[in-house]
Design a protein around this ligand. Sequence first.
Ligand code: PLP
Length: 386
Amino acid sequence: MDFDRPVERRGTASYKWERYGPDVLPFWVADMDLPSPPAVVAALERRAAHGVYGYSNVPDSLVEALLEHLARSYGWHVTADAFVYLPGVVPALNLACRAFAGPGEAVLTVVPAYPPFLEAPRLQGRRLVTAAARLQDGRWRLPLAALEDAVTPDTRVLLFCHPHNPLGRVWDEAELAAVIDLCRRRDLVLVSDEIHCDLILDAVRHVPAAVAAPDAAARIVTLMAPSKTFNLPGLNFAFAVIADDELRRRFVAAGEGLLPFPGCFAIAASEAAYREGGEWLAELRAYLRGNADRVAAFVAASLPGVTTTRVEATYLAWLDARGWLAVHDGGPAAAARACLDAGVALSDGRAFGAEPGCLRLNFGCPRPQLDEGLRRLGRALGGAPG
Ligand SMILES: Cc1ncc(COP(=O)(O)O)c(C=O)c1O
């Protein structure tokens, strides 16, 4: 696959590309500027050519593709009745808050966090409690003691991101065991958002939380999707795996009447992706590893007031520009603003519950585009020592 080839996305109603003017290159919202696997494009063309786009049913062939994917990739053997089909993972985060915590009760998460983790509890009339991830020897760690301290008697849910957006960590088996132990002892439902699980860029293995603790199935909801993996977020398809009947019933009841059935294009594309996208995905991972290394090398060489950590998974790098911010006027938004002024849009870390001066950079794009973005980033933040 020629991932270096640029794809013009302006004029395609792209959320990412239409937010800023023509002079700004977008490195913010998490979709990739890379085409999906050829088998996906072919499946969509075939489906489009049919001409009738009625209500859909999730066919047995897609269910089989999902079951095979989980077994092949993660050694995870589930049954089809564990699946709940969804239009997205974000609706599922909101449903989980409603289903498993009562009004005013608390939902726990680790910060920095993908912003909907912070928004869902409030949107659903629940309370948010947080614990900040720890940086130890240059690697982000789960804040196990702080999580323990943050749990109140009315905390019901842990919204967990694995691998983690924005920190890029694939939590290891010891960390998973500790989190599951916490959920058991404090009687929390573990909602494990594993949407980035297929985008492992390092020689580490993704272990689903439910695989790490098969005997904790009664309290684990796993959320997955083909959308990040195969760059299909505009098709709106995700799924939950909930092995326990009662837990699944509560989750489904919270969404009754609110969620659309998966659409016919999502179904066609998802099945093709899981069945035929393996080779493309292997090439993508290698390409993203190259991009991640390029970002890290650039930050180390050219941005003296900025640090970053190794990205183990995802196509997102977390930049700590607090050193830059400390020697520049302009208030808490100054780093993100300086980037925009230089023609490059990153996500401001404040939306992730981080201190001012942190930024997230989406490197899921052709390398020439990344290089131009990094040049602009150098103009924005390269000036002063931290
Ligand atoms: C951790 C995480 N969960 C969920 C989503 C979005 O999921 P969806 O588009 O299926 O709602 C994202 C997108 O960036 C994400 O990073």
